[in-house]
Ligand binder design. Structure first.
Ligand code: GDP
Length: 161
């Protein structure tokens, strides 16, 4: 009997761990950047996101201060374009969202396309809406770990569905 309970507990533990891993890989974070917002592309971009099978599980429109934009992109602090990036990202409103789908991070990176729209494939968001390597319409997390950090930067747990 004790052995059976122990086996059952191990199975439940294994299942919960697997579930946690699955959930992590199912979410990514995005921002519709100030250029795309100003150019009226928010609706078009959200439509592409929905058509590609992503479910929006958190969303808000907001305007980043220079301080907050700098904090979000702190990982790029040493890059030559950091000042320009902070200036751009705090220039006007953005839409932040958490998206859910199997293989979310990788699939979303494929949907947005290369950082430089000149190198982005046909059918990608950046090919359609980005104007330059700096003003490239959308952000997409580059790993599961960063997707969680970035989502939590904008949304409390109560705002993530
Ligand atoms: P991403 O993951 O494709 O967004 O690209 P990165 O992580 O390399 O860079 C973050 C953001 O910095 C990009 O999305 C651009 O907005 C900006 N950026 C990257 N490279 C350049 C550059 O050479 N010049 C400028 N002005 N901005 C850049």
């Amino acid at each position: 009997m004790n052995v059976q309970i122990s086996v059952m507990l191990n199975v439940i533990w294994y299942y919960l761990c697997a579930l946690k891993t699955t959930q992590m890989t199912n979410r990514t974070f995005t921002m519709i950047k100030p250029d795309a917002t100003k150019n009226g592309h928010t609706g078009g971009i959200l439509e592409m996101i929905n058509k590609a099978g992503f479910r929006i599980v958190a969303m808000k429109m907001t305007h980043l201060s220079k301080e907050k934009a700098g904090e979000f992109y702190a990982v790029h602090k040493e890059r030559p374009f950091y000042g320009e990036l902070v200036e751009f990202m705090s220039r006007g409103p953005i839409t932040a969202a958490i998206l859910e789908k199997d293989n979310a991070v990788e699939d979303f990176r494929n949907l947005i396309g290369a950082t430089n729209p000149a190198n982005a494939e046909e059918g990608t968001i950046r090919k359609k809406y980005a104007t330059s390597i700096g003003e490239n319409a959308v952000h997409g997390s580059d790993s599961d770990e960063n997707a969680t950090i970035e989502g939590d930067f904008f949304f409390s747990k109560l705002e993530q569905f």
